[in-house]
Design a binder for this molecule. Structure first.
Ligand code: 3HC
Length: 301
């Protein structure tokens, strides 16, 4: 049975080449997932060749690991290695029919990216965004073809978590949503159609949780006490480990978007900001980072 609001799968367009904008941790995980499941050419790009090379190297390393674990045969591995490539020359995206961006969580940057890629790709190519919180409608506002912009939001670790939030902007058309669902199915994810609202559904709820965690830390409870307090609840991860997995900066920016939209519900934590500004990881070898504790002990944020 087709879920409410999901257009007829017959409207879906075929995807024969995927472009990934960004080569960071999330983007590289996406490159690997698209490559494994769709087995079509996947090209990634970033600001410079070193980042691109790092992204491609990650994908090749993961292929090696999968072969090592006997989860992929040598023939498939060789085929996939031939399908992944990276380039700083964006013209290689010209024949991509599904482009997904996973860059820094900043609306202006994402708008700039789509303005640039709109000129490179075909008018019907899908422009998907892995944004965690930003408005699809605003992101597409200045485009000539806003109807092909769609939210395609994954959860960390991408290879493990099945959820995919598909977000329809005000102008997103049915063919785009149908294609997004068809691709989600090929990726073997459980796709849900959600409204274009700040942080959509799952991140809004999760951020309410992590936001309250930092409210307790801001109020003076030590980081490790708050972290371990949840152990009896049987969560898959302690809250600070979850924030580290998501990335403290990503979590902070999602929190900022939600704080702006709902200031009474989401705190803009001064301590989380301090940690993000210092560029410190929250955990080192699975333990609370001593540098973070020192930073928070150093005085009022
Ligand atoms: N990358 C790839 N695979 C990973 C991985 C990673 N980072 N971490 C774990 N795995 C794999 C392991 O290899 C293992 O696979 P196998 O069983 O086939 O060997 C499997 O996951 C289970 O791993 P473990 O046994 O080591 O550990 P756990 O059973 O504790 O599971 C977990 C690890 C899946 C990460 C689990 O702790 C979990 O689900 N945590 C919650 C994660 C979560 O809530 N994520 C959402 C964050 S919000 C988000 O991402 C949105 C963004 O927009 C901010």
């Amino acid at each position: 049975k087709r879920p409410v609001g999901v257009p007829d799968a017959k409207l879906a367009r075929k995807v024969t080449k995927v472009g990934i904008v960004g080569a960071g941790l999330m983007a590289s995980q996406l490159a690997l997932l698209f490559l494994r499941r769709l087995q079509v050419p996947v090209v990634l790009t970033d600001l410079d060749q070193a980042r691109v090379d790092k992204g491609v190297a990650y994908v090749n390393e993961q292929i090696d690991k999968l072969v090592g674990k006997r989860r992929m045969d040598a023939g498939t591995a060789a085929k996939l290695r031939g399908l992944i490539s990276g380039s700083v020359d964006r013209s290689v995206f010209a024949d991509a029919d599904f482009v997904i961006e996973a860059v820094f969580e900043n609306l202006e940057l994402k708008k700039q990216i789509w303005a640039e890629f709109e000129k490179i790709v075909k008018p019907e190519a899908i422009l998907a965004t892995n944004t965690s919180s930003l408005s699809l409608t605003e992101m597409a506002a200045d485009l000539e073809h806003p109807e092909r912009v769609v939210g395609f939001h994954f959860f960390n670790p991408v290879a493990v978590l099945p959820l995919l939030e598909i977000i329809k902007g005000e102008k997103t058309d049915d063919a785009t949503v149908a294609t997004a669902f068809a691709v989600g199915k090929e990726l073997k994810k459980s796709s849900v159609l959600v409204k274009d609202a700040p942080a959509f559904v799952v991140n809004r709820v999760l951020t309410r949780f992590t936001s309250e965690v930092f409210k307790a830390i801001d109020a003076g409870t030590p980081l490790d006490v708050v972290n371990e307090a949840f152990d009896p609840m049987g969560l898959p991860m302690r809250p600070i480990a979850l924030l580290q997995l998501v990335g403290p900066a990503v979590a902070y920016h999602v929190g900022e978007t939600l704080h702006t939209a709902f200031p009474d519900r989401f705190v803009d934590s001064p301590n989380l900001k301090k940690i993000v500004d210092a560029g410190l990881p929250l955990l080192v070898d699975d333990e609370i980072n001593a540098e973070v504790v020192k930073l928070l002990d150093a005085g009022d944020a």
